[in-house]
Write a protein that binds this ligand. Sequence first.
Ligand code: ADP
Length: 334
Amino acid sequence: LRMVSARPIEGEPVSDEELRPETLDGFIGQPRLKAQLGLFLEAAKKRDVAPDHILLAGPPGLGKTTLAMIVAHELEVPIRVTSGPAVQHAGDLASILSSLEAGEVLFIDEIHRLPRAAEELLYIAMEDFRVDVMVGKGPGASSIPLTLPRFTVIGATTREGMLPSPLRARFGFTAHLDFYPEEELEKLVERSAKVLGIVLQDDAAHQLALRSRGTPRIANRLLRRVRDWAIVHDLPQVGPDDVKQALALYQIDSEGLDRLDLAVLKAIVNSFDGGPVGLNNLAAMVGEEAETVETVCEPYLVREGFLVRTPKGRVATTKAWEHLGRKPPEDVMK
Ligand code: ADP
């Protein structure tokens, strides 16, 4: 199974760490979420208890992992990191849970992919702070109930709808991360440029923000590509035209659509006459997993008005036809 990612460019090592803000203050944008989370954490600190469990939902690359790290940092507690696909058996999760220290944060990325049995074990642990640990194998195996110290689970998911409701109900705080507006991405690019030691001229950050698909991870990736450009061309400063040229090389278009976004739109428009087309057909057409198309491409395409989800399937809008340089049919959706 492949992990869903928002990477527009193949072969890039995962290097999100160096650009991760450590404090809530350093986290850019999402003002309401920051205010809510800040209050929530401060109350827990004042009461001197581990806060309620936290669920972070939203498309990849919007800052879920970063927020989890920030929560641990603000609470001054250690954080343990795992993911739904990494937990293959309930026993894997039981052993993580039974080794947690009081107050520790357990971050579970892609929590909707936990195996069923692990999910059940998790919600008992979250609610009652206990876990049954299996000892021995085969007919001689027995289970020992273990009381756990209070800890905080932070779950991240790109598909909140796939979480069973008993699990969802155990989170006391749920945050939905949304794509970032241009101004916020611009700030993020400026901050990252400082960290990476790049000098951006006026409007260069704006040009980068426009092409970042509303996504911080993509903004940071594109900024690194622009840095490569500046290094190779010996530029002491980066101007807006450098950004445009560097990113044109990577086929990032002016609407920020990447290769997969464009493949999806082209498939609907060129092969299915604008739709409606079902998710599985569409995914097969572009050679991707349905989950990737659904969680990585579609939320952005829908938000930007390129695509509409209808009960009969996905439909391309006028904007999509025009973006591909095609004349939309008369009865097409706006
Ligand atoms: P997710 O877990 O949602 O896929 P990450 O937390 O890994 O996303 O974020 C991807 C990258 O974007 C990281 O380098 C992170 O530092 C950066 N990033 C995300 N959101 C923000 C933000 N609000 N402010 C600053 N940097 C951010």
